[in-house]
Design a protein around this ligand. Sequence first.
Ligand code: C2E
Ligand code: CA
Ligand code: CA
Length: 751
Amino acid sequence: MRRDDAPVRDGRRPARPGHARVLTAMMIVLLAVYTGGLLLGDQETFDPLLDGWLCILTELSAVALCISAAVRTRFAQRQVLLAAGAVIAYAAGDAYYAASLHGEVALSYASWADVGYFAFYPFMLGAVAVVVVRKLKDLIWPLMLDSIVGALAAASLMALVLAPVLRIGSSGGTTFEAVIAVAYPLLDLLLITAVGGVLASRGLDIGPRWPLLVSGLIVFSAADVAYALGMQEYAVGSVIDAGWVAGIAAIAAWTDGAASTGRGSRHRSRGIPELAAPLVSTASALAVLVIGCQLRIPLLAVVFAASTLALAAVPLAFRNRMLVTLARTDELTGLPNRRALLTDVPERLGTGQPGALFLLDLDRFKHVNDALGHDVGDALLVQVGRRFRRQLRPQDMLARLGGDEFAVFLQGVTEQDAVATARRLGAALSDPVQVGTAALQAGASIGIALTPQQGTDMSLLMRKADIAMFRAKSARTGHHVYDATDDDDGELRLRTVQELRIALAEDQFEMHYQPKVRLGDREVTGVEALVRWNHPTRGQLPPTAFLSLAEEAGLMPALSSLVLRRAVRRVARWRAAGLDISVAVNMSGSCILPGLPHEILALLEQFDVPPSCLMLEITEDVLMSTPTGTADILAAVRAAGIQIAIDDFGTGYSSLAYLRDLPVDELKLDRSFIIAMGDDDRAHGLVGSIIDLAHSLGLRVVAEGVDDERTAEELRARGCDFGQGFHLAVPLPAREVGPWLGGHTVGAGRG
Ligand code: C2E
Ligand code: CA
Ligand code: CA
């Protein structure tokens, strides 16, 4: 019982599914068998099963793992896509190689397979570059320089190691194959240093499994070096092959990890000191030069080492500037962050010029995040940021404050200019934002505070813009210019909204369930879930005390998700205890979103509850008036077997004539009719005809607010199917429902 009150986790990113684990395990086993086979087996002869098929199968499982990662991120994470491309290109090259052998021990010429092998590099470099571009945008140069310095140092070392091969080259006996063979280790090094450069920069991250990536690349390039050095003797089936396959497998496992965690920023790479990359580079370049003084080494090695030293000083100079910029930059969007706004705007306010401060809050963003995952949410924020930026002048400041909040400061503008800009910003979101396969309709509420009229102090302006923003949200006007009258109830509302946010995060809500009773035989077939807020200081609050505020603040979808989850979980427990009842959940119009059918079906599946045990209660104006799309969403929900009830029937503006066209199973007659029945013959007649009409349309009728036995009796005589009300049963805390039902008959049928 207690566990029902445990905090409900909001739907984070989709977790790493079971099949990713199975694929990983399969890949590891195949790799182990393959490597073992190579080590123990006969290296001279080609064994089609071991050297051919096992190798290809291991690589195929790596490919499958990458594809599953790409699907899991809905093809929205470029890093995963590029890494998957790299693994696929390499595996394709290998498959071609194996297929072209025709009994040879190795191909003695460069082949089409090399196209696949080479394509691996741009893809992988792209996968690493995406992190950099995504996080830093303008700060890419110092990082590139780090990587170049590292690459040069590595290249000079490599020129030393590969001296024998290079010498063949310079002595005229060079072959196209030798050039290609030497190119691979060099490309590997470029890749390793790029990764090293990323790891070495504070604030950048390439995913939680970066050690796998680094070690994979090292093993991979060791294989390349070994191949280049012993090219003439190489035959398929040597241990070198295992090095390549292991490298590919490690990269696939890294890709899988990057997809499972979404943003790398939550997993800062630790342990690599910031200056490690340039220091190691400089040290190794010096070492090469020292060796060069004692021994004859290739000229190339000397040239690379000298350039390393020359360039190494440059990134150090950049580094300071980069750190300063980083501290002021929002990682995700590359826009200035809150800190930048709070330091720059006061300077501009000091000039006394007129201006406007906007606070922008995206509508329904939390829902996107919860329903589609953080990657989709992140991508949406990036694109929205870009669209905003395009509407502004170069001198205007656009910052991301965190979450789905942005701020704009316009200098030298009148109120009209400011409003015009707000309109443009709103209009910039009118086209859906495409993220991967999803088209998302974004919207923003903009609060505007003007300076100097409304203040010249930054924190005052922020507060006023915030209040104006809530006004814009509740009035659904898109934008609102702060007005002194906004302040009156603004303060209290603002505080309550903050408290509601905390309540959602800490789950201070509790569900009560009110039985619906069949009037004919007093059987109970279902309950309605009603939410309560256990406020830390104000005690238990009824829904009427906070729902409209939650609605204004855009918190309803989150609250509804929480209620839905609890209701479904609860019904699963009751069913497990042998009580065959259904649960009805109230849904406001703002919660009927495209992700709803999926959310509900996933819940039902998770708790193994049949769809017929869930009902959504929707008021008639939501059913009728809402934006197009709502009807489709409800139709989809209903097609899946979930029931729909019209709530508070008779209070909205729909007429009985519409009933036929609405996709509903049940009609809940509003309490006001039932109360009126007591002493009003017309009300009596009206209730009777509504019941008859509903029945003729195949709808069940539930009377709300059945307060006494006389009403219950009259309704039963009129043919009303069900009743709900304090006389029949009050809303009960979850743990009291079981015992209460124990004293009543629980119906098997829901009809
Ligand atoms: P509703 O959907 O019409 O729910 C029935 C309300 O009538 C409940 O009030 C219930 O306690 C009350 N009620 C039941 N029997 C009687 C009776 O015999 N006499 C009288 N006078 N009242 C009776 P509650 O729990 O305060 O809920 C108020 C409204 O808040 C609900 O009206 C519903 O519209 C909304 N609500 C409650 N929980 C949720 C929720 O989880 N999500 C959403 N979107 N709305 C909810
Ligand atoms: Ca209801
Ligand atoms: Ca109702």
